[in-house]
Ligand binder design. Structure first.
Ligand code: ZN
Length: 138
Protein backbone atom coordinates (compact mmCIF):
# COMPACT_ATOMS: atom_id res chain seq x y z
CA UNK A 1 0.00 0.00 0.00
CA UNK A 2 1.17 3.50 -0.84
CA UNK A 3 1.43 6.09 1.88
CA UNK A 4 -1.85 7.73 2.77
CA UNK A 5 -3.39 10.33 5.05
CA UNK A 6 -6.13 9.83 7.59
CA UNK A 7 -8.24 12.04 9.86
CA UNK A 8 -6.95 12.02 13.47
CA UNK A 9 -10.54 11.82 14.73
CA UNK A 10 -12.46 9.33 12.54
CA UNK A 11 -9.39 7.78 10.83
CA UNK A 12 -11.19 7.99 7.49
CA UNK A 13 -9.09 8.26 4.34
CA UNK A 14 -8.37 11.85 3.35
CA UNK A 15 -6.43 10.99 0.24
CA UNK A 16 -8.37 10.13 -2.88
CA UNK A 17 -6.57 9.77 -6.18
CA UNK A 18 -3.60 12.10 -6.26
CA UNK A 19 -4.72 14.57 -3.59
CA UNK A 20 -5.60 15.07 0.04
CA UNK A 21 -9.18 16.34 0.15
CA UNK A 22 -10.14 18.68 2.97
CA UNK A 23 -13.21 20.76 3.71
CA UNK A 24 -12.30 24.39 4.32
CA UNK A 25 -13.81 27.67 5.44
CA UNK A 26 -12.44 31.10 4.65
CA UNK A 27 -12.57 34.30 6.68
CA UNK A 28 -15.95 35.20 5.17
CA UNK A 29 -17.40 31.97 6.56
CA UNK A 30 -17.69 30.55 3.05
CA UNK A 31 -17.13 26.84 2.67
CA UNK A 32 -15.13 25.09 -0.01
CA UNK A 33 -13.14 21.98 -0.81
CA UNK A 34 -9.36 22.10 -1.12
CA UNK A 35 -7.21 19.50 -2.81
CA UNK A 36 -3.71 19.49 -1.34
CA UNK A 37 -0.66 17.81 -2.76
CA UNK A 38 0.31 14.80 -0.58
CA UNK A 39 4.04 15.28 -1.06
CA UNK A 40 5.49 17.08 1.96
CA UNK A 41 6.97 20.38 0.84
CA UNK A 42 4.77 20.63 -2.24
CA UNK A 43 2.33 23.48 -1.58
CA UNK A 44 0.32 23.30 -4.77
CA UNK A 45 -3.42 23.05 -4.22
CA UNK A 46 -6.58 22.97 -6.27
CA UNK A 47 -9.87 24.66 -5.48
CA UNK A 48 -12.92 25.92 -7.25
CA UNK A 49 -12.43 29.56 -8.35
CA UNK A 50 -15.51 30.67 -6.41
CA UNK A 51 -13.85 29.71 -3.11
CA UNK A 52 -11.63 32.72 -2.49
CA UNK A 53 -8.97 33.73 0.00
CA UNK A 54 -5.93 35.98 -0.06
CA UNK A 55 -2.32 35.25 0.83
CA UNK A 56 -2.00 35.57 4.59
CA UNK A 57 -5.62 34.64 5.33
CA UNK A 58 -6.15 31.93 7.94
CA UNK A 59 -8.24 29.05 6.59
CA UNK A 60 -10.17 26.62 8.76
CA UNK A 61 -9.73 22.99 7.76
CA UNK A 62 -12.19 20.21 8.55
CA UNK A 63 -12.37 16.50 7.92
CA UNK A 64 -14.76 16.06 4.96
CA UNK A 65 -16.18 12.91 6.58
CA UNK A 66 -16.70 13.68 10.28
CA UNK A 67 -16.38 17.51 10.14
CA UNK A 68 -13.72 17.40 12.86
CA UNK A 69 -11.84 20.70 13.10
CA UNK A 70 -8.28 19.72 12.15
CA UNK A 71 -6.51 22.22 14.41
CA UNK A 72 -3.41 21.15 16.29
CA UNK A 73 -3.66 21.19 20.07
CA UNK A 74 -0.68 23.44 20.58
CA UNK A 75 -0.89 26.06 17.82
CA UNK A 76 -4.15 27.35 16.37
CA UNK A 77 -2.45 28.08 13.06
CA UNK A 78 -1.32 24.52 12.45
CA UNK A 79 -3.51 21.87 10.84
CA UNK A 80 -3.06 18.27 12.00
CA UNK A 81 -3.49 15.11 9.90
CA UNK A 82 -1.95 11.63 10.20
CA UNK A 83 0.36 10.21 7.55
CA UNK A 84 0.66 6.40 7.29
CA UNK A 85 3.67 5.28 5.31
CA UNK A 86 4.33 2.13 3.28
CA UNK A 87 5.31 0.23 6.44
CA UNK A 88 2.07 1.27 8.19
CA UNK A 89 4.09 3.59 10.41
CA UNK A 90 2.15 6.65 11.52
CA UNK A 91 3.37 10.23 11.63
CA UNK A 92 1.68 13.37 12.84
CA UNK A 93 1.84 15.92 10.06
CA UNK A 94 1.24 19.60 10.77
CA UNK A 95 1.01 22.36 8.22
CA UNK A 96 0.18 26.05 8.37
CA UNK A 97 -3.42 27.11 7.82
CA UNK A 98 -2.24 30.54 6.68
CA UNK A 99 -2.68 30.80 2.91
CA UNK A 100 0.69 31.08 1.19
CA UNK A 101 2.71 30.16 4.28
CA UNK A 102 5.05 27.25 3.61
CA UNK A 103 5.66 25.28 6.74
CA UNK A 104 5.12 21.57 7.31
CA UNK A 105 6.30 19.29 10.11
CA UNK A 106 6.37 15.54 10.14
CA UNK A 107 6.64 14.03 13.61
CA UNK A 108 7.32 10.35 14.18
CA UNK A 109 6.26 8.40 17.27
CA UNK A 110 9.68 8.88 18.82
CA UNK A 111 9.17 12.66 18.38
CA UNK A 112 11.68 13.10 15.58
CA UNK A 113 10.60 16.23 13.72
CA UNK A 114 11.26 16.89 10.04
CA UNK A 115 10.55 20.53 9.13
CA UNK A 116 9.89 21.53 5.54
CA UNK A 117 9.19 24.87 3.89
CA UNK A 118 10.72 28.32 3.85
CA UNK A 119 8.41 29.53 6.64
CA UNK A 120 8.96 26.58 8.96
CA UNK A 121 11.00 28.72 11.36
CA UNK A 122 7.77 30.51 12.38
CA UNK A 123 6.51 27.69 14.54
CA UNK A 124 9.03 27.42 17.32
CA UNK A 125 7.12 24.72 19.18
CA UNK A 126 9.04 22.07 17.29
CA UNK A 127 12.37 23.43 18.47
CA UNK A 128 11.43 23.07 22.14
CA UNK A 129 13.19 20.08 23.69
CA UNK A 130 10.88 17.13 24.25
CA UNK A 131 11.39 17.10 28.02
CA UNK A 132 9.97 20.65 28.25
CA UNK A 133 6.95 20.04 26.04
CA UNK A 134 5.11 18.20 28.76
CA UNK A 135 4.92 21.44 30.72
CA UNK A 136 3.17 23.22 27.86
CA UNK A 137 -0.56 23.20 27.64
CA UNK A 138 -1.69 20.58 25.20
ZN1 ZN B 1 -12.74 12.63 10.34
Amino acid sequence: MQKYYICPECRGHLMVGEYIILAARNQREERGILLLHPEIGNYSSIKHPTFKYATGDPIDFYCPMCQYYLQSRFDKNLVHVILVDMDEKEYDVYFSRIAGEKSTYQVSDNSTVTSTGEDSHRYTYFRIPEELKKYLQK
